[in-house]
Design a protein around this ligand. Sequence first.
Ligand SMILES: Cc1cc2nc3c(=O)[nH]c(=O)nc-3n(C[C@H](O)[C@H](O)[C@H](O)COP(=O)(O)OP(=O)(O)OC[C@H]3O[C@@H](n4cnc5c(N)ncnc54)[C@H](O)[C@@H]3O)c2cc1C
Length: 413
Amino acid sequence: MKVCVIGSGLGGLLAACSFAKKGYKVDVYEKLPYPGGRFTNIDYKGYQLSTGALHMIPYSGNGPLGTMLKKLDADVEIVDSKPQVLFNIEGENLTIGEIAKVFPLRYKVGLLKLLAKLKLNEGDKESFAWWVKKQVNSELALKIADAFTGWSLSLDASEVSSKEVLKEIKNFYKYSGPGVPMGGCRGVTRALLEVLSAEGGKLHLKNSVEKIYGDKHAEGVIVEGEKKNYDLIVSNVGLKATASLAGELFPENYKKSIMNIKSSWGIKISVASDKPMLDFSGVLLTPYAERIHGINEVTNVSPVLAPQGKHLIMSHQILKPDRNVKLEIEKGLKDLKKLFPDFNKHCKILATQVHRKNWPVNRVPSGKVISPRTPLRNIVNVGDAIKPLGMIETDGIAGGVKEAINYVEREFS
Ligand SMILES: Cc1cc2nc3c(=O)[nH]c(=O)nc-3n(C[C@H](O)[C@H](O)[C@H](O)COP(=O)(O)OP(=O)(O)OC[C@H]3O[C@@H](n4cnc5c(N)ncnc54)[C@H](O)[C@@H]3O)c2cc1C
């Protein structure tokens, strides 16, 4: 079977390697001059910034992505963060066990109830914010919920269902995480490219797919003006871009059904420091910051991400489409200076990256579960539009790729 993968993001590369390992003939077309999409590094003054992700894998080495990478024999080490998460509250960095001490007495019973239910409750369609409020109606609990969903999903807790978030939290208990891949995002991308090449798959950079052609099924793609025939098309470019490439091959009602899906946007600030600003490799959630939801310092695990003796710190905040980008960045910078009183002495801003439109944080908001299948039997979607319930970011992508592979095997064997 001849497989065409459109896009070399993480979803495209995972699918390409999986199909190549099964003996299919795989071509990956990437319109940019580099592979990896939003999951690779940008070398800037010796610091390894990223094209998107914060150099973290939500469920570390044992989650869906880590498991798939092992199955593919991809040579990348993912290191568990310890502690996984701390909460910056009133200037102190607290563990989850220490949080109770900052809650006023009247909320303590509700808080204990909430912590127990995180493990037991399945949640529902109601928002996570609403669910939290039902357990403990305190401002701090809601701020913590917003910091968690803002950091991990680029959504407010009121924008995502409790069913999605409670499943995500259960997955943290099940798999642990987050983890840092050695070498950052490019550590993963590079390992997958090695697998692809060893299995005979081909990557074609600076090759933009312009159209998927066919009649009742897809017959191939037009790349840089040239027609190429394939049995299966795997699209990694998002639902709307795939529909646009397929044109009249997809029915109007399907196109309408995906048109109103809104992507999640965010702002990432990358900072250089001459001393460690955090003394751990996990995430510092910042519920009391005005805009920033969390910060990490991945050089505590993978020092190659900064020049020798230097450190790379990254913050993340949601960007709402109706907000002024310049003001949002200013607020993010103000937060950083407030969180680290010695910021001006030790730190320098390397980059502020705005992730929106065609380069968002998530093409489909977390909690919206979409099948990899399309109206045409031999076109499937992979990537961050296709994430099973309760699976965050790249672990969700791996879960979606697994579903796509199972579908193809069932349908074409
Ligand atoms: C600020 C930020 C922080 C994040 N942090 C994390 C994190 O810490 N951990 C985590 O797990 N996830 C994180 N994510 C999410 C993660 O980066 C994405 O989920 C993931 O990289 C998306 O991969 P993808 O395969 O869906 O798509 P993409 O990476 O977008 O890949 C799609 C590829 O298709 C190519 N393409 C598009 N059109 C065409 C065409 N017509 N022909 C050929 N090629 C085409 C594009 O150039 C691109 O390379 C973060 C994202 C952002 C923006």
